[in-house]
Design a protein around this ligand. Structure first.
Ligand code: 5GP
Length: 187
């Protein structure tokens, strides 16, 4: 069985986080990589579990030291995948990254044989907007920014290996587990 890098991307509000949690529960051979970010924690987020929250200076030092497998800036904050953790974990297990499309494509360029890109798509954009509004954690303006970003992400999904529509959580989870098994077992 191969140890692979599974990248889960998709517009925010599409349910990626919940799906990733479900995958980790269902498949003990998967390990999630926790990203670093310079944004502040949201209520309910735990450092080291959701993200490593670092300041800009520390992040920029990491960039200089080539500590990120990939990194990007969104909404004026940096987000990056710790390279050492991913490389070490891949020796024994498969790794899940929950990152944006640009980051996913960057992983694919660096590790084409090992990276499987999976895009989670909403059934439709209106459903996504309703979900984002339902969160109520953000201002109208922040939601508009996220929707614009969502449209951009959706426009890039053809570059992904798989697209899974998250209409029904259970069904999406099973589809994802099947993809993961198939890819791990491929020679
Ligand atoms: P949020 O602030 O909602 O947690 O994340 C904003 C965006 O950053 C999401 O699209 C998320 O997938 C992306 N993101 C999170 N971690 C990383 C990372 O390590 N690298 C990249 N490129 N994007 C990330």
């Amino acid at each position: 069985m191969r140890n692979l890098l599974f990248v889960i991307s998709g517009p925010s509000g599409v349910g990626k986080g919940t799906l990733v949690e479900e995958l980790l529960k269902a498949d003990g051979g998967l390990q999630k990589s926790v990203s670093c970010t310079t944004r502040l924690p949201r209520p309910g987020e735990t450092p080291g579990r959701n993200y490593y929250f670092v300041d800009r200076e520390a992040f920029e030092r990491g960039i200089e030291e080539n500590a990120f497998l990939e990194y990007d800036a969104h909404f004026e904050n940096y987000y990056g995948t710790p390279r050492a953790f991913v490389e070490k974990t891949l020796k024994t297990r498969s790794v899940i990254l929950e990152i944006d499309v640009k980051g996913g494509l960057s992983c694919k360029r660096q590790m084409p044989e090992r990276t499987v890109l999976i895009f989670i798509a909403p059934p439709d954009l209106r459903a996504l907007k309703e979900r984002l509004l339902g969160r109520r954690a953000e201002t109208e303006e922040q939601i508009e920014l996220r929707l614009a970003r969502a449209e951009y992400e959706l426009s890039r999904r053809e570059q992904y290996d798989y697209v899974v529509v998250n209409d029904d959580l259970q069904q999406a989870k099973e589809e994802l587990l099947a993809i993961i098994q198939r890819e791990k077992n491929r020679n």
